[in-house]
Design a protein around this ligand. Structure first.
Ligand SMILES: CC(C)(COP(=O)(O)OP(=O)(O)OC[C@H]1O[C@@H](n2cnc3c(N)ncnc32)[C@H](O)[C@@H]1OP(=O)(O)O)[C@@H](O)C(=O)NCCC(=O)NCCS
Length: 203
């Protein structure tokens, strides 16, 4: 029933010419693991400067902030077939995670939420991605684009931004991975286009 997309930690696999030792993984899952983090790290990545980066068409890439709470919640409700607890949205807008979006004016068109963590702090099934528990990995918890803004390259802009600002910079995480429902063919196609490969199917 489930499809599998995977990528061994084949050191030749680069995203957009990335120079680091990187593997990109999709784990298809019939359940949603977006709350499965066991990391105790307090990466407050939104403490960094929130200066806007302009996209080619003049839209902005910015970290989400408390003012975006309602927009983030609505975007997630419209995009995912599950209910997130309110506490999760609070964590997203309060800097618990790496969380940024593309804004058309003040309108939040999209959101990417990720976390930099040790593989040893990931869920047991994810720890098989690397044998060294101290390896740093980037886990993409959430990626969503407002329905009216899809197929315009916005998710690609967000993933590029993650790569430039988190993956291709010190401490150079070794892997980028995520979970996606096996029936989410659009998203799987999107990630494969970026060079992600299937790693495992979870029961
Ligand atoms: C998956 C999602 C994030 C893609 O966002 P997007 O901004 O439309 O993606 P892009 O425009 O950057 O797409 C780049 C390429 O990915 C592929 N792709 C994107 N969406 C696709 C879809 N629905 N079906 C097939 N291929 C798709 C295409 O190759 C596309 O290039 P093209 O438009 O030139 O054909 C968006 O559809 C979405 O928010 N879905 C709901 C939430 C979700 O499933 N998130 C992913 C799981 S965490």
């Amino acid at each position: 029933m489930l499809s599998n997309c995977h990528l061994p930690s084949n050191r030749g696999n680069n995203i957009n010419g990335s120079q680091n030792d990187l593997a990109q993984i999709i784990i298809d899952s019939p359940r949603d693991l977006q709350f499965a983090t066991t990391s105790n790290s307090s990466n407050n990545n939104n403490n960094s400067s929130n200066n806007s980066i302009l996209t080619a068409n003049g839209w902005k890439i910015e970290n989400v902030a408390v003012k975006d709470f309602d927009a983030v919640r609505q975007l997630c409700r419209d995009s995912f077939p599950l209910d997130y607890p309110e506490s999760w949205f609070e964590e997203v807008v309060n800097g618990r995670f790496i969380a940024f979006g593309v804004y058309n004016g003040d309108f939040l068109t999209s959101l990417l939420v990720a976390e930099l963590k040790r593989i040893g702090d990931c869920d047991p099934e994810d720890r098989e991605l690397d044998t060294n528990p101290d390896s740093l990995v980037v886990y993409i918890l959430s990626l969503a684009v407002h329905q009216l803004y899809r197929r315009k390259g916005i998710a690609s802009i967000l993933l590029d931004h993650l790569i430039k600002t988190v993956v291709d910079v010190p401490p150079y995480p070794k892997l980028v991975f995520l979970h996606v429902l096996a029936t989410n063919y659009g998203a799987i196609n999107f990630y494969k286009r970026f060079g992600f490969q299937h790693f495992a199917t979870l029961a």
